[in-house]
Every structure is written in structure tokens, then in C-alpha cells.
Design a binder for this molecule. Structure first.
Ligand code: NAP
Length: 289
């Protein structure tokens, strides 16, 4: 089948499911849709989607069935009573890696092929290259549908472990919130001197980009478990952390973030890593606090 001939079914037409179905339609795929609240299919049907009369009808229509509902429990409720034998499911519902692996076992026991995925985008970005959609599970199943899936955005295959898409998803979330928190903390500090957020933003962007460039070298240290202090020792970094805490407190801003940063570094120093470089903190991040 060529790209636009793959019939696709989308189960779940909330904000994200509607965007997914819309992108398949726009790319020319015969698209069947179903939603618990049927009216949410109306716009898509007006645009050319086929409304399934039941979940079983929806499953029979698509070579690939995409599920995008609130959570995994909703997926089980949705598909629990249906015959899944022979179905090719791609679950783009957000969840944990444990839930993804359990769902894979559940689907395979019922005779379905199963890919798990994670959407790292908002609905309005779906169908553009900015929408990153991660997939994990059997490679042959991904390869069979990757061309159709490209209708959704930038599709990536991560490996056969069904939990990988969810793990990458949460790894991306911790990155995103950490960067945003750091930027907001810096913005709060600068506002005490009358500098507005827009003035600081380009400088913050430059810092974030510069730090991002350290990652491949630091990753090598983590992977080889060797942390020579090529730039700075952790012990020296802690002096700068003290300075950051003091500045935050003097300015009357929230010092929780720098205190957390220092607490983690201090534990690593107490464990004997003061003369090593920052990525040695991987040991702290690899165990419960
Ligand atoms: P939403 O707008 O709240 O829609 C939820 C969907 O789940 C609706 O279609 C709803 O059906 C359905 N549903 C919930 N419980 C159900 C059940 N027991 N049986 C059958 N259907 C059920 O949510 P959304 O924004 O589309 O998000 C869907 C998934 O995409 C979530 O896992 C979310 O984390 C993920 N995601 C969303 C975004 C985003 O920006 N929106 C971004 C990345 C990932 P009804 O219409 O009948 O209630």
C-alpha cells in the first residue's frame, strides 16, 4: 500500500484524537472515527471521515487502529469487550512505561499486534514537522505503518521495548520543566532590578543553547562512568550555588530551586565526588532521594 492508501481508524476524539484524525484525512488516508460521545465526530465526518457504528466496526475498518483517550484505564474500558484478534493497535494515550508494557502484554494475549507511542506536541501542531511522535514495540509493525504515521509529524522509532516511548516522554518533561523553572527563577531575580522577562529571554536562550552543547561530552562521561573535572569541580560549583541562594534570598525571591540544586550536589560531595565534574550527579539521580 502506498502512503495515502492505508486505512486508519482513530478511537477517541478528544482534543488530540480529533487532531490525529484530521491529519490522516488531510494526508488522504481513508479515516474511520469513533468516540464515546458521538457528536465529537461530526466535524471530521463533514470533512470526509467515516463514522463507525460501533467499536467493532471501527476495528474492522482500519489496517491501523490508533487509540487516543484520557488514560490506559479508559483504553481498557473502550476495548475490553471487543474482539482484538488480528488488530494492529497503536496506543497514543499518555501513560507510564509500566502501563505501556502491561498494555502490550494485554493486547498480545488477545491476539492483537501492539505499538505504544507518545505525542510530544499540542493538537494544533499535529500534521506539522514540529509534532514529535515517539513509537516503541516491534520494529516490523512500526515499519509497516511508518509511512502513514508520517502524516502526524516527525515520527521516531525508539526500539522494541514497549515502555520506551513513555520513558522518553517523561524524560522530555523533566527537561522541559527544569528549563522553564530555571528561566522563571532567573526572570524573578532580574525583575527585582527592573529588568523585564522579554529583555532577559534572549540571554536565557543563549545560556540554554550553550549548556545544551555540553550534553554530548557530558553523556560520554556518564556512559564511561568517568568524571574528570575538565571545566570545573563539583566543589567549586557549590560556591556558585551558595552565591545563587544568597542572591535569591537577599532579593526576596523564592530560593527553593537553588537550595535543591545545592542539596543534591552536597550529597555527592559527601559521597566523595567533590573533585569530579557535574555529571557525576548521575549517581544521585539514579537512586531514590
Ligand atoms: P480529552 O480532550 O480530554 O479527550 C479524552 C478522550 O478520551 C475523549 O475522546 C473521551 O471520550 C475519551 N475517554 C475518556 N474516558 C473514556 C472511556 N472510559 N471510554 C471511552 N472513551 C473515553 O484529552 P486529549 O487532549 O485528547 O488527550 C488524549 C491523550 O493524548 C491523553 O493521554 C493526553 O495525555 C495525550 N496528549 C494530549 C496532548 C494535548 O495537548 N491535548 C498532548 C500530548 C498528549 P468522550 O469525548 O466521550 O469524553
Amino acid at each position: 500500500m502506498t502512503n495515502t492508501e492505508t486505512p486508519v481508524t482513530v478511537l477517541g476524539l478528544g482534543h488530540m484524537g480529533q487532531a490525529l484524525a484530521g491529519a490522516f484525512l488531510k494526508a488522504g488516508h481513508p479515516t474511520t472515527v469513533w468516540n464515546r460521545t458521538a457528536a465529537k465526530a461530526d466535524r471530521l465526518v463533514a470533512e470526509g471521515a467515516r463514522r463507525a457504528s460501533s467499536i467493532d466496526d471501527a476495528l474492522a475498518a482500519g489496517a491501523l487502529t490508533i487509540v487516543c483517550v484520557t488514560d490506559y484505564q479508559a483504553m481498557y474500558e473502550l476495548l475490553g469487550a471487543s474482539e482484538l484478534s488480528g488488530a494492529m493497535l497503536l496506543n497514543l494515550t499518555s501513560g507510564s512505561s509500566t502501563q505501556a508494557r502491561a498494555a502490550a502484554g494485554w493486547a498480545e494475549q488477545r491476539g492483537a499486534r501492539y505499538l505504544d507511542g507518545a505525542i510530544m506536541a499540542i493538537p494544533s501542531a499535529i500534521g506539522t514537522p514540529e509534532a514529535v511522535v515517539l513509537h516503541s514495540g516491534p520494529q516490523a509493525d512500526f515499519d509497516a505503518y511508518s509511512s502513514a504515521l508520517e502524516s502526524l509529524g516527525t515520527v521516531t522509532y525508539l526500539g522494541p521495548d514497549h515502555g520506551l516511548a513513555s520513558l522518553y516522554d517523561v524524560a522530555g518533561l523533566t527537561m522541559m520543566w527544569s528549563i522553564l523553572n530555571a528561566w522563571l527563577h532567573g526572570t524573578a531575580l532580574l525583575r527585582t532590578a527592573g529588568i523585564d522577562a522579554a529583555t532577559y529571554a534572549p540571554f536565557a536562550q543563549q545560556i540554554a543553547t550553550g549548556v545544551a552543547e555540553w550534553l554530548p561530552g557530558f553523556a560520554q562521561q556518564v556512559d564511561t562512568n568517568s568524571f574528570p573535572a575538565e571545566i570545573s569541580t563539583l566543589q567549586n560549583d557549590v560556591h556558585a550555588m551558595d552565591h545563587l541562594i544568597e542572591e535569591s534570598e537577599t532579593a526576596g525571591t523564592n530560593a527553593e530551586l537553588p537550595k535543591l540544586i545545592k542539596a543534591i550536589a552536597t550529597r555527592a560531595i559527601a559521597a566523595g565526588h567533590g573533585a569530579e565534574q557535574y555529571p557525576v550527579l548521575i549517581e544521585e539521580f539514579s537512586k531514590p532521594a
